[in-house]
Design a protein around this ligand. Structure first.
Ligand code: ZN
Length: 269
């Protein structure tokens, strides 16, 4: 599932390539992914262009020149990438935008859980974004308040809760716990807020620098793999890069978690 660094990588790539480019046509092959409440997405976008592309947590936000706004959520297996004319859509391509310069933006999604939601004129983006504060922009006071409100939450459960902190999924939660040298079950009330904030930022920024993690379906806006899978320290790894111990898998917050039993303080089976 694409997490904050993957979505941010896609957003940056799209900004560079498609902002202000005329949208010639929109093909919707699977209408189930579009939530438009009786409006037609192809009609709304025809001859318009995107004037801003943003992100909150794992959500993408598009605004067009004529004021149409879209929230796109890739969910489990959504891919959003640009191609030239030679690309032939397969059965997993559900939406395709063709720009005036011939470039095409492909939405491909094997499990079809992703959504393209048209935001009605009277509503704000936030009404369609079911998420707390963005994990990359949260400040120390906001984070400390969240910790104070949920001191008994396990560190990993706290990191994964999209309604508290938006954008971190299983990969980066495991990497953050490892970088903090804490077992993922440590109560978040016992974690230093400043250190937690620095670690979250450092891991997410490093992952963005390396264009995200491709361990399953994720591709950048150029249809290429990210590189952060080569820098993962515990997630789906066999041995700890620091001490050589065997990485242990255990369930925390309902998710398979990867832990170094020696480096991560408070480790319990
Ligand atoms: Zn270790």
């Amino acid at each position: 599932m694409p997490e904050l660094p993957e979505v941010e990588t896609i957003v940056r790539g799209l900004r560079q390539a498609v902002l202000k480019k005329k949208i010639k046509k929109t093909d919707v092959y699977f209408p189930g992914i579009v939530v438009a409440r009786g409006r037609s997405l192809p009609a709304l976008l025809r001859n318009d262009s995107f004037c801003s592309i943003g992100r909150h947590g794992k959500y993408l936000m598009f605004t067009t020149n004529k004021g149409t706004r879209l929230v796109v959520h890739l969910r489990m297996t959504g891919q959003l990438f640009l191609t030239d004319k030679v690309y032939r859509p397969d059965k997993h391509v559900h939406l395709l935008l063709t720009f005036g310069n011939g470039q095409r933006l492909i939405y491909r999604d094997i499990r079809k859980f992703g959504r393209w939601t048209v935001v009605p004129p009277e509503k704000e983006f936030r009404h369609y974004i079911n998420a707390g504060t963005d994990a990359l922009t949260i400040n120390i006071n906001e984070l400390k308040t969240l910790i104070k409100e949920h001191p008994a939450r396990k560190l990993k459960a706290f990191l994964l809760d999209q309604l508290l902190l938006a954008g971190i999924g299983n990969i980066y939660a495991d990497e953050i716990c490892f970088a903090l040298e804490l077992d993922p079950e440590t109560p978040v009330g016992k974690v230093n807020g400043g250190k937690l904030l620095d670690t979250i930022r450092a891991i997410l920024k490093l992952a963005i620098k390396h264009k995200g993690t491709s361990v399953s379906d994720y591709l950048t806006s150029r249809g290429a793999k990210g590189n952060f899978q080569n820098l993962l320290k515990v997630y789906k790894q066999k041995f700890c890069p620091e001490c050589g111990a065997k990485i242990v898998r255990k369930k925390v917050a309902g998710r398979s978690s990867h832990v170094c039993p020696k480096c991560q303080k408070g480790y319990k089976k």
